[in-house]
Design a protein around this ligand. Structure first.
Ligand SMILES: Nc1ncnc2c1ncn2[C@@H]1O[C@H](COP(=O)(O)OP(=O)(O)OP(=O)(O)O)[C@@H](O)[C@H]1O
Length: 469
């Protein structure tokens, strides 16, 4: 097979034109792609088989590779895997035969950036090239350590997780993040977004369980001024607000079935119609979803639509629980202490040996969020710069007994607070108490409080208890 190598369509363009590798054995397709890309100011090289493509990849640097799935000496998937292994920084997109979504999904799982269905739409091609070229350079581990918003930890599960996040960031595939409460699902979603081609565009996080059912449609899809009583001005909704970027659907299992149908439609059609409007608008969002529930079980019990599940769960990312990465507890605890001390404007604190040992032995049903809460409570009660075991106020047999915080009702403030603030304070304390008593399980906490989970989430959101309930 001859290498159609270095047939640079616009080789007169000397300087930093992005260099794109096309791998296809159909001359017509090569020509079409070359012409389109040349008009976009790209340098193009082409290869007609996997062997030639590998040679080219070894001989020079490319900024994007577009490969057909069916090639004379193998399939495009093999090339995707080769690139993932040898040129991890290079985005690769596959061109798939019409209607073969399995191929596209397999390619995304293997690390492809995106796919283009045949017949290739030139608009889609241009959009894909633009987003691939806006990928930020891959971050090195040392850069990761200095960055603020990262999942910390050096244990094997955490190293593996961060490596997977790096790979996923260089793809457009929908990601479903599973894991217990407080294990860092939202943080992982933000990391994927911040390392992706969409990093300059919005990241919109939505807590699906916190939105009252009757407001869901208007919150997700937006409305036009006057569409209903109270619609005083145009409102874009989450999809349009996230256009070009990432929409993070947290607690996605809490979406009512009626809303699931509407969501599926928008994801499939990539079109949104605001309430009160006749025209649809195109939207381009990458969906990352998460829940602490077992979404596959929700599908089995009929609470979650299977078709939507498949759409959301192209790639699954599972968050490790803190008790399985105990060696990371000192590192994370230290980082949390530094942050809390800085926020409180007090001098740096450290953990004594016995305190560290106790923290390492605790089980953390609420994961890192619970560790943060323990340290926050400790700092509120202890003014020493050295924190000892007793200051943590953990039960003696930490591993066996859940942590139950003593909640002091604000009787001291009864006289001085305005009524609404006083009631909010009572509500907040009751919620925190119920969450603590139920090991951060929101379903059980809601039951204790005699309210629905939806109502609990709504109240937590209103009271600003989302992050640190
Ligand atoms: N590995 C980690 N390193 C540092 N901070 C972490 C880590 N994991 C979680 N956190 C912190 O723990 C808190 C909870 O994380 P996050 O909100 O992402 O969890 P979650 O899984 O989305 O929770 P929920 O299921 O309740 O929505 C955040 O403050 C986050 O920054």
């Amino acid at each position: 097979m001859s290498v159609d190598s270095e047939r640079s369509v616009n080789s007169h363009r000397k300087t930093a034109s992005p260099h794109i590798l096309i791998v296809d054995d159909e001359p017509d397709i090569i020509e079409l792609l070359e012409l389109t890309l040349a008009r976009m100011g790209m340098d193009v090289s082409s290869a007609q088989c996997i062997g030639d493509a590998k040679q080219l990849l070894q001989s020079r640097q490319f900024q994007l590779c577009l490969t057909d799935m069916r090639l004379p000496d193998g399939d495009g998937l093999e090339l995707v895997k080769y690139i993932a292994q040898h040129c991890a920084d290079l985005p690769v997109a596959v061109i798939t035969a019409h209607g073969t979504t399995e191929n596209a999904v397999a390619a995304l799982k293997a690390g492809a950036f995106d796919y283009l269905p045949k017949p290739v739409s030139l608009k889609q091609l241009r959009d894909l090239v633009k987003s691939a070229l806006s990928l930020p350079p891959m971050q090195t581990e040392s850069a990761v350590q200095v960055s603020q918003r990262v999942l910390l930890g050096e244990s094997a599960p955490m190293l593996q997780l961060r490596a997977t996040i790096d790979k996923l960031s260089r793809s457009q595939a929908a990601v479903y993040i599973s894991g217990e409460s407080g294990s860092g699902k939202e943080l992982a979603a933000r990391m994927i977004h911040e390392r992706s081609a969409r990093h300059t565009q919005p990241f919109v996080a939505v807590n699906c369980g916190a939105i009252p059912e009757n407001l869901m449609e208007s919150e997700f899809f937006g409305y036009k001024k006057g569409a209903f009583t109270g619609a005083e001005k145009d409102h874009d909704g989450f999809f349009l607000a996230a256009n070009g970027g990432t929409l993070f659907l947290d607690e996605v299992a809490d979406l009512p079935l009626t809303m699931q149908v509407k969501l599926l439609r928008v994801i499939q059609e990539k079109q949104v119609r605001r309430i009160g409007e006749t025209q649809e608008k195109s939207v381009d969002v990458r969906i990352i979803s998460a829940t602490h529930k077992k979404l596959n079980l929700c599908v089995e019990t009929g609470q979650f639509r299977q078709d939507l599940y498949y759409r959301l769960n192209v790639i699954e990312l599972n968050m490790p629980v803190l008790r399985e990465m105990r060696e990371d507890i000192p590192l994370i605890a230290e980082a949390v202490l530094v942050k809390l001390c800085r926020e409180a404007g007090r001098s740096a604190c450290s953990l004594k040996k016995d305190a560290l040992a106790l923290l390492k032995s605790y089980d953390y049903p609420g994961n890192v969020r619970e560790l943060e809460n323990i340290l926050e409570r400790t700092l509120a009660l202890c003014f020493d710069t050295e924190i000892g075991k007793e200051d943590l106020q953990l039960p003696h047999k930490a591993k066996e007994t859940p942590q139950i915080a003593t909640i002091r009702l604000p009787t001291d403030l009864e006289q001085s607070l305005p009524l609404q603030d006083f009631l909010d304070r009572l509500e907040k304390d009751s919620i925190v108490k119920a969450l603590n008593e139920n090991r951060y399980n929101r379903t059980k906490a809601a039951k204790t409080l005699g309210i629905t989970v939806r109502s609990l989430r709504y109240r937590m959101e209103r009271l600003g208890l989302n992050e640190r309930a």
